[in-house]
Design a protein around this ligand. Structure first.
Ligand SMILES: Cc1ncc(COP(=O)(O)O)c(C=O)c1O
Length: 281
């Protein structure tokens, strides 16, 4: 596998990272996952804008963005990926001389790492839907930053896997925020609900695309937190992300929704999404 590490394309086993890299020591870094449709990066500008924002909020001084898009296409080519690709890009504050919590006195050079792999959609999940479980949201209060500091969601997602669920949906103070790596949507009386943009959720690109569809097709939607105890008053649920696209949720803990059938608004939005991505060149 060929990756991009700092200023070079390298074989993965030729990459060496200092244990004093602050990404390794403190998870002091940010990241993005981007995928292609028809071999073209989808919503690249949105991902770039979110990356810039994450860097600004974490005060990581990186501004070498101009060549990133070409570097990504080069890595895809160098790895001979002929179908769709999933790109992982991470920037840490860089390597230091000594471990101190505050930023080092010396100026650090941020560490840039980009890898790609072939991406295969899970069509079964998308057509049949998935089970999710509810878990307490124990993350920090800056979930709007796409930080590599992910231990709370690693543990919540592991619990989901152990319970044969595809995702853990997080609940903070009785309110649903989002999934460990997805945004959460629910439908009631033909109105689509999702948590509002705030410090408690990541402003997902797929979430944004779905809300654009709602606007375009004049579907009612509300950006409001859903009370966990109110879930049973909703009739459809789905999760969104770059890798899961729009995936119907057919079971929450032990509650099977709508006899395990994906809902009609979910399916309508899925088909618009499919059309847009199929036509993406
Ligand atoms: C916590 C969280 N919420 C939502 C999302 C979905 O974001 P996107 O649609 O940009 O992939 C992600 C993606 O990784 C995430 O980590």
């Amino acid at each position: 596998m060929i990756v991009y590490f700092n200023n070079d394309f390298k074989l993965i086993n030729e990459v060496s990272l200092s244990p004093f890299d602050r990404g390794f020591l403190f998870a002091d870094g940010v990241y993005e996952s981007i995928r292609t449709y028809n071999r073209k990066l989808f919503r690249y500008e949105d991902h770039l804008e979110r990356l810039k924002r994450s860097l600004k909020e974490t005060r990581i001084d990186f501004d070498n963005f101009n060549s990133i898009k070409n570097i990504i296409y080069d890595i895809i080519k160098k790895n001979n990926i002929e179908k769709e690709s999933l790109v992982y890009l991470q920037i840490t504050r860089g390597s230091v001389q000594q471990r101190t919590h505050s930023f080092p006195m010396e100026k650090t050079t941020p560490t840039l790492f980009i890898s790609v792999k072939e991406f295969k959609e899970d069509n079964e999940e998308q057509s049949k839907g998935v089970k999710v479980i509810l878990q307490e949201d124990v993350r920090w209060l800056r979930c709007d930053i796409k930080s590599t500091s992910l231990l709370p969601v690693v543990l919540a997602n592991q619990k989901a896997s152990e319970e044969d669920a595809a995702e853990a949906i997080l609940v903070r103070d009785g309110m649903i925020t989002e999934g460990t790596h997805t945004n959460f949507f629910a439908v009631k009386d033909e109105t689509v609900f999702t948590a509002p943009k705030s410090r408690l959720i990541l402003d997902g690109i797929t979430r944004k695309v779905v809300l654009e569809f709602c606007e375009k097709f004049k579907m009612d939607f509300k950006e409001e937190f859903i009370d966990k105890d109110d879930l049973k008053n909703f009739t459809e649920f789905f999760i969104t992300s770059t890798t899961k696209e729009l995936t119907p949720v057919t079971m929450i803990d032990y509650w099977q929704i709508n006899n395990g059938e994906p809902g009609k608004i979910t399916k309508a939005l899925q088909s618009v999404f499919k059309k847009v991505t199929e036509d993406h060149y």
